[in-house]
Design a protein around this ligand. Structure first.
Ligand code: AGP
Length: 369
């Protein structure tokens, strides 16, 4: 097992560090930025289905559902196709409306999640086209789908999903780029810019991994906190949810993710000097809005840990701790902002003496409903 961990203390840490290379594996042979090509066989073979879709429905659970939420923002922005993201476990039991012009995208690392499997069976029975985004080759969901694209993240052993999340987002971004180009909803310039940017994302992820020591310092300061809030806006709202899930599952600290602007509708009542608030505040996106959210938290004495773009000065003045990440466009930022949050959860869990790779009560694939 030590050999399999490749010198890392835990599989989770190894998998966090694999992200630059597995993201590359995921786009290898599919993305050629210089030639302006992004293609995946499963998409090309069914391009008309995607282009004629009235709606894209995404079904998934847990971290894969968070990747689906990121995809909702990206698809709607790039393709203008309406997207709905559903918990597979709710979808399957609520007599959902499914039409034959719907494209259903099922996202699953293991490809064995019972609820996601049941959701795609229901979608197929109702005539929808089902596209699977799975990591495990030959898994049940990949076989049950009409077509699909693998994430090529390699085996993910840690129960807490890390590299599966970023590679899922990579695949979904490539699909959105391909469709946006074909539909003309994404300008030529934007299309080429995003292709170039996606191609160099692994380098930026590697740079984001350099926040490890900083994450460790912050972990030491907050390891005994009983609660944590994670806030983000736009593309980084799902990253806040994912950050909170990661902390919950491996450190057993109660954590909640919220869209930052929802604070004033309730959660702000929780803020006092004991409450760590992790805020994802990169320069792009709704920066000014998030700065005012940070001011609201500061005036209530919350402890602010902010993930900011390198060189940021405004948030630095307000925050108790900052973690600097490289600059990237708003749409691709989840691939970067999620990295320090994974590291932070990891170090907190290690410092609390938790079983990082096999947290209590959890299984790697949930094959029961
Ligand atoms: C993530 O860290 C979890 N352990 C869990 O939420 C997981 O993402 C969920 O069970 C879905 O699994 P899947 O991607 O294999 O379908």
């Amino acid at each position: 097992e030590q050999i399999e961990k490749g010198g890392y203390d835990h599989f989770m840490l190894k998998e966090i560090y694999e992200q630059p290379s597995v993201i590359k594996d995921t786009y290898r042979g599919r993305l050629h930025a210089n030639e302006g090509i992004v293609q995946m066989a499963g998409v090309e073979d069914n391009i008309e289905k995607f282009l004629n879709a009235n709606r894209i429905l995404i079904v998934a659970c847990g971290t894969s559902w968070h990747a689906g939420l990121v995809a909702e923002y990206i698809f709607e922005e790039f393709t203008r196709i309406p997207v709905e993201v559903e918990y597979a476990s709710e979808f399957r039991y609520r007599n959902p409306i499914i039409n034959k012009n719907d494209v259903v995208i099922a996202i699953s690392q293991s490809g064995e999640t019972a609820d996601t499997m049941a959701a795609i069976k229901l979608a197929k029975e109702n005539g929808a086209f089902v596209f699977g985004v799975c990591n495990v080759v030959g898994s049940s969901i990949s076989r049950e789908s009409h077509a699909g694209a693998y994430t090529h993240a390699g085996p993910e052993i840690g129960v807490a999903s890390t590299k599966a999340f970023t590679t899922q987002i990579t695949v979904l971004t490539m699909i959105a780029l391909r469709l946006g180009k074909a539909k003309g909803t994404l300008s030529n310039t934007d299309f080429h810019t995003f292709l170039q940017e996606l191609e160099i994302i692994p380098e930026k992820v590697a740079e984001a991994l350099e926040t490890n020591e900083r994450a460790k310092e912050i972990a030491a300061a907050f390891k005994d906190a009983p609660n944590c809030l994670y806030l983000g806006r736009g593309y980084n709202f799902p990253v806040a949810l994912e950050g909170a899930l990661k902390l919950k599952e491996i450190s057993y600290i109660h954590a909640e993710g919220y869209p930052a602007a929802e604070m004033k509708h309730g959660p702000i009542a929780l803020i006092d000097e004991q409450m760590p608030v992790i805020i994802i505040a990169p320069k792009q996106g709704h920066y000014d809005k998030i700065v005012s959210n940070i001011q609201e938290i500061k005036s209530r004495s919350g402890k602010i840990i902010a993930v900011v773009t390198k060189g940021d000065t405004q948030v630095r003045e307000l925050a108790d701790y900052v973690i600097e990440i490289p600059e990237t466009s708003d749409a691709l930022s989840p691939l970067i902002t999620t990295i320090p949050l994974q590291l932070l959860s990891y170090h907190i869990a290690v410092m609390r003496g938790c079983n990082v790779d096999q947290p209590r009560n959890l299984a790697k694939s949930v094959t029961v409903e």
